[in-house]
Ligand binder design. Structure first.
Ligand SMILES: Nc1ncnc2c1ncn2[C@@H]1O[C@H](COP(=O)(O)OP(=O)(O)OP(=O)(O)O)[C@@H](O)[C@H]1O
Length: 280
């Protein structure tokens, strides 16, 4: 008996195959995004409820079955209520983030900015002066800029160093750079709730991760404790970078064409939705 190759490769089979692949891809992506987030606990809860429902159905436990039915029926609404802030921020992120990618030209201003950043990082790292510098890219940072103290000055290494000198009025909080200028100092950034951030890192690093979860900004941290240089972007935390590492990264991210930036606004929506972090 021969194999009916034509029917095996029929249009319908092909469509089914694509269908299955798409579903698997979406499930895989969701699992990757959920790793280490508070949504994992929620999904564990959902699986337990489904298991109880199955057991109660199997043993015909009427009351348990009724209760699990109620939980499942109302659970969907409860999830929307519980995750309302995340859903709202996710939608905001989708709305704010650009769907269109602009190519950035090699730009003298950006090279000058990197030089100033390098000068400040080197100085502060050697002397263990804590610093937090966020650079706006496609996503607007107005919400966070509003929390800071206006500077509106050209970026120079000397000014950045001065801002972060301990026990001065502007040193606490983040500097935000917008359009190659220091927009504000002492800004408040959102703190990440991720349980994947190493325990050794405190709130400065948590704030750097937080802003990278809700925007596409790139953030540089100089640790007060170790002098180590960390960069966060797109929900990733890159620790203890050497001078060579961070210069390469800054040039790549701030000067090179941003072809891969915001590759998928939808994926960043889910990232935000299940925020909490996949890292490090
Ligand atoms: N939400 C925030 N937004 C902006 N800056 C913040 C925020 N939270 C903390 N900071 C800054 O971080 C400082 C506290 O740093 P902390 O020692 O907790 O962090 P850390 O990650 O351990 O960094 P370090 O290695 O420099 O000690 C604060 O004084 C403040 O300047």
């Amino acid at each position: 008996m021969g194999i009916a190759w034509e029917s095996l490769f029929s249009w319908q089979h092909l469509v089914n195959l694509v269908d299955i692949l798409v579903v698997w891809y979406v499930i895989y992506k969701l699992m990757m995004l959920l790793r280490g987030t508070k949504a994992v606990q929620l999904f564990r809860g959902v699986i337990i409820i489904v298991l109880i429902k199955f057991v109660s159905w199997f043993f015909d436990l009427q009351t348990v079955s009724w209760i699990t039915n109620q939980i499942i029926n109302w659970g969907f609404i409860a999830i929307i209520i519980i995750f309302q802030p995340e859903i709202r921020r996710g939608l905001e992120h989708l709305g704010r983030g650009s769907l269109f990618v602009h190519n950035k030209k090699q730009n003298e201003d950006e090279l000058r900015m990197i030089k100033a950043l390098d000068q400040a990082i080197q100085y502060m790292s050697k002397r263990r002066i804590g610093a937090l510098i966020t650079i706006q890219r496609e996503t607007g940072l107005e919400d966070y800029i509003e929390t800071g103290i206006g500077i509106d000055a050209e970026i120079t290494g000397a000014l950045l160093i001065n801002i972060f000198i301990p026990n001065t009025p502007l040193h606490d909080g983040a500097v935000i750079i917008k359009n190659n200028k220091i927009a504000v100092a002492a800004a408040y950034l959102p703190l990440s709730e991720s349980n994947l951030i190493p325990k050794a890192l405190g709130t400065r690093h948590r704030a750097a991760v937080g802003i990278s979860e809700v925007t596409d900004a790139l953030t540089i941290v100089v640790s007060e404790e170790t002098g180590g240089v960390t960069v966060t972007e797109n929900n990733e935390l890159l620790r203890d970078l050497t001078r060579e590492d961070y210069l390469k990264l800054l040039k790549k991210e701030l000067i090179a064409p941003a072809t891969k930036k915001n590759a998928s606004a939808v994926s960043s929506f889910f990232t935000e939705l299940f925020k909490g972090g996949r890292k490090h």
